[in-house]
Design a protein around this ligand. Structure first.
Ligand code: SME
Length: 159
């Protein structure tokens, strides 16, 4: 992607997501379309989807990619770490991240963005790439924008 291109790309993607979710409040429907849009539009991505907090642990939600591990305790793996810290975690090399949970052996880098509903942790958006160092600060900002669009369109309290 051209230098400076990621910001414009993510602005357009957030607009596209807002249009896609417009008029629908269902959390499963909106999470499914958010994951599908991310998987379809982002380059060099082999998994995109959600884990939602259920009974104190993360449980896999709508996603695109290979079948994934179902339950992740808070604090475990990249997803559980982002959920526990309530901050976005960018992992340039998953093999260098202690405790990384390998769902697809092709994954080399990963980004996880928490979904915070008010003061409550609702879950995380997780994106994996087969390319080392695929995600940078522009991706973190752009995906956080996507999560905000998803949240404002969605009745997360009905999840
Ligand atoms: N790699 C993640 C697990 C989920 S899969 O990538 C879909 C982790 O370490 O939390």
């Amino acid at each position: 992607m051209a230098l400076g291109g990621k910001e414009a790309f993510y602005t357009a993607l957030a607009d596209e997501l807002a249009a896609l979710l417009d008029g629908e409040r269902d959390p499963i429907a909106n999470a499914a379309n958010t994951a599908a849009l991310a998987y379809d539009r982002l380059e060099h991505v082999n998994w995109a989807g959600f884990y939602f907090l259920r009974g104190g642990e993360l449980v896999v939600g709508p996603f695109q990619g290979k079948p994934a591990c179902v339950r992740i305790p808070l604090g475990k793996g990249v997803c559980g770490t982002a959920a526990q810290r309530r901050t976005t975690v960018v992992v340039p090399d998953v093999h260098a991240f202690p405790g990384h949970i390998a769902c697809d052996a092709n994954s080399r880098s990963e980004i996880v963005v928490p979904v915070i509903d008010g003061s409550r942790l609702a879950g995380v958006l997780d994106i994996d790439s087969p390319v080392l160092g695929r995600f940078d600060a522009h991706d973190a900002a752009g995906l956080a924008h996507m999560v905000r669009v998803f949240q404002s369109a969605t009745a997360l309290d009905t999840l």
